[in-house]
Design a binder for this molecule. Structure first.
Ligand code: ADP
Ligand code: ZN
Length: 220
């Protein structure tokens, strides 16, 4: 099955994708993770992408399409994949259609004040990209306890150091949310019109949301 995760920054696309990939045995493809890796390794693509990522702006389509096509052509993506962070514009969605058929677009729905709190409290593993969160949210029917590592500051999966993403600073978060509203939100209607969009209202931690998402996928 070919799955897209839609939703604003901080809605949990990365967290849900990485849990679901282990259950469905299909790869989790995050354009943001690929770009951060290219930047860390100072590759040609990384050098071109860095200034955009640091400001919270979208990286130009030609760069993104190049990395995405390369990733989707790998053997492990033959039986399905989870896309996280792509497409982010109507034009990217139209390009995607030329080389892949999407079965379902999951639209994560979550109030903006909670997004901001989650983004400023997010920590990621410098080495493997695993996601943690120090926020403890419990209001308006939304319950999200913190997702902490066993040892403070250290990744459970690989022992890497936990850091704050450069673009998870409050000023840049505002810009990313603006970019999301202007450029990515129109994709909700785009996929709804195609009949493959499902809204997923986030109200709890992954332990509650992942089974709900799997149920939606079972009926697809
Ligand atoms: P978010 O938490 O904002 O969803 P991502 O990890 O998906 O973060 O993306 C981080 C940054 O990488 C974006 O702000 C943007 O600069 C760049 N990026 C990732 N995916 C794309 C894409 N499909 N098109 C353009 N830029 C992208
Ligand atoms: Zn790690």
């Amino acid at each position: 099955m070919n799955i897209i995760f839609l939703g604003p920054p901080g809605s949990g696309k990365g967290t849900y994708s990485s849990r679901i990939k282990d259950i469905l045995h299909i790869p989790h493809i995050s354009t943001g993770d690929i770009l951060r890796n290219e930047i860390k390794n100072n590759t040609e693509i990384g050098k071109k992408a860095k200034e955009y990522c640091d400001k919270g702006e979208l990286v130009p389509d030609d760069i993104i399409l190049e990395i995405l096509k390369k990733r989707l052509s790998q053997e492990d993506a033959k039986n399905g994949f989870i896309l996280d962070g792509f497409p982010r514009t109507i034009s990217q969605a139209q390009s995607l259609e030329k080389f892949a058929k999407i079965d379902v677009a999951l639209n994560l729905v979550i109030p903006e004040d909670i997004l901001i709190e989650k983004l400023t409290s997010r920590r990621v593993c410098e080495k493997c990209g695993a996601i943690y969160n120090i926020a403890n949210i419990n209001r308006n029917g939304i319950k999200m306890p913190p997702m902490l590592p066993e040892k403070p500051g250290i990744c459970d999966k690989c022992g890497g150091k936990l850091i704050q993403r450069r673009d998870d600073k409050e000023e840049i978060i505002k810009d990313r949310l603006k970019v999301y509203k202007e450029q990515t939100e129109p994709l909700i209607k785009y996929y709804r019109d195609k009949g493959i969009l499902v809204d997923v209202k986030i109200h709890g931690p992954p332990e509650i949301m992942v089974p709900e998402i799997l149920k939606i996928l079972e009926n697809k």
